[in-house]
Design a protein around this ligand. Structure first.
Ligand SMILES: O=C(O)c1ccccc1N[C@@H]1O[C@H](COP(=O)(O)O)[C@@H](O)[C@H]1O
Length: 206
């Protein structure tokens, strides 16, 4: 099975085009003003307009107001929403768009409950729990916490990088991965070489 990979925290067109050239399936745009990777909606729109048509464009939100999410949706052609805060199922559903719900994992139960709580999510994304942070931390969680059987589609995230992604895929059996800080040169600036190595490791895992 082909591994699907998302590169998150895109802020520059050249990084987006490199990620796509190296085989990324999805690009993430962070609309959370508390992030070092925050992008203005107009800039995200300009980047997306220059992408080939079949690349998924993911808008990442953290406890944003519904009004602001709607405003961003009116400006930016997003194909998927990623809710990475404490959003309720009702909140996530109201936009009538496919969405991912992120869970910052502290236990196996957290993961199992997420599928029951967000039954209409396209996938549940498992990220590391870091006190006081919402994501993009570069920390892994203990992959041994992953349950034997998942109740739906899921995405492995948190602290992945070119050096550990092959091992992560091997140990967890994940079919989809998401990475942000592990393929950067500096916050919000991606490294073409790290993205190439990361995506090559994913493709070699088929
Ligand atoms: O990337 C961010 O800045 C960010 C901010 C707030 C919430 C989530 C964020 N990114 C997501 O975090 C995970 C893990 O990132 P990393 O690879 O450990 O740096 C990933 O799913 C990003 O989409």
């Amino acid at each position: 099975m082909k591994i699907q990979a998302k590169i998150c925290g895109i802020t520059r067109l050249e990084d987006a085009l490199s990620a796509v050239a190296y085989g990324a399936d999805a690009l993430g745009f962070v609309f959370f003003s508390g992030s070092k990777r925050f992008i203005q909606p107009e800039n995200a729109r300009r980047i997306i307009q220059n992408l080939p048509p079949f690349v998924q464009t993911v808008g990442l939100f953290v406890n944003e107001s519904a009004e602001n999410v709607q405003k961003i949706l009116a400006t930016v052609p997003l194909t998927l929403l990623q809710f990475h805060g404490d959003e309720s199922p009702t909140f996530c559903q109201q936009f009538h768009r496919p969405y991912l719900k992120a869970v910052r994992v502290q236990s196996t139960d957290d993961m199992l409950h997420a599928f029951a709580r967000y039954p209409d999510a396209r996938a549940i994304l498992f990220d590391a729990y870091v006190d006081g942070e919402y994501g993009g931390t570069g920390h892994c969680f203990d992959w041994k916490m992953l349950p034997e059987k998942m109740a739906g589609h899921w995405i492995l995230s948190g602290g992945l990088n070119p050096d550990n992604v092959a091992q992560a895929l091997h140990e967890t059996g994940a079919l989809s991965v998401d990475v942000s800080s592990g393929v950067e040169e500096s916050a919000g600036v991606k490294s073409p070489e790290k993205m190439r190595q990361f995506l090559f490791a994913c493709q070699s895992n088929c």
